[in-house]
Ligand binder design. Sequence first.
Ligand code: SIN
Length: 286
Amino acid sequence: MTGGTQRMAIKITPLSDHTGAEVRGVDLAGAVDDATRAALNAAFSEHSVLAIRNQTLTAPQLLEAIQLFGPVFRQHNTRFALPECPLIHYLSNQDQYDNGKRYIPGAGYHTDHSNAEEPPKATLLLAIELPDSGGDTQYVNMQRAYEDLPEDTKTRIADLQAVHVYQSKHSERKLTGLSPEAKALVPDSVRHPLVRTHPENGRKSLYLNPIRIESIDGMAEADTLQLLDELLAHATQEKYQYRHKWQARDLVIWDNRCLLHKANGDYDHSQTRYLYRAMLQGSRPV
Ligand code: SIN
């Protein structure tokens, strides 16, 4: 141990044969040594989801700790920001739409904030309060899904550019509205390739987002929707899924560049599901 930095006996165990690993032996409330930081970043690039167990962190401690994976991304909808630590948001099943209907944040497969020029590379959730059962987060591995596509489909979609907006008119899930201040920070639309290459591991993946994709350049609307439905049906097959069953004090980080994820509202809603949420800055998809 040097200068208050902990040398940790980190243990990383895969959670499926393609996505997810459990991390034990790390306490992110303290400083982390360089070897542990490197091991965590390498594991994140390899497994795409890390479930770091037993993390007891205040919001400011979480904000400090997550920067071992990179700089923080400012989330668009400031309505969910914690007043005492605004770069950390919360996610709660006790929230409602303006019409009083319960809001389950994150229902339906998506990747986060793809309407940004440089979308967040990662999202992190820290479990503060969980229902007794249910409320898993489901992921699909978009690298595996891309690799298994027929060659003629790969050729057909290789150069396609999709237009992403805050709320696609085609989205089944409706998002809560942005405040005027947040609206001023969010671009009207951005273009991203439908197939992107991971900047760290070099693998290609589908980059879809049913909540945000409004159109594909040069394609009629009916053809766009048919193509997106086809690709989504392919990518969300069970063989590409990893389903995270939450444990108390799990800190989960996932890679938005090569996964879709969704929340499940399949639990007793008289019980609270409350997590802290943060994101990390990514680069322009290429
Ligand atoms: C999200 O989409 O960020 C929420 C995922 C979850 O609540 O499980």
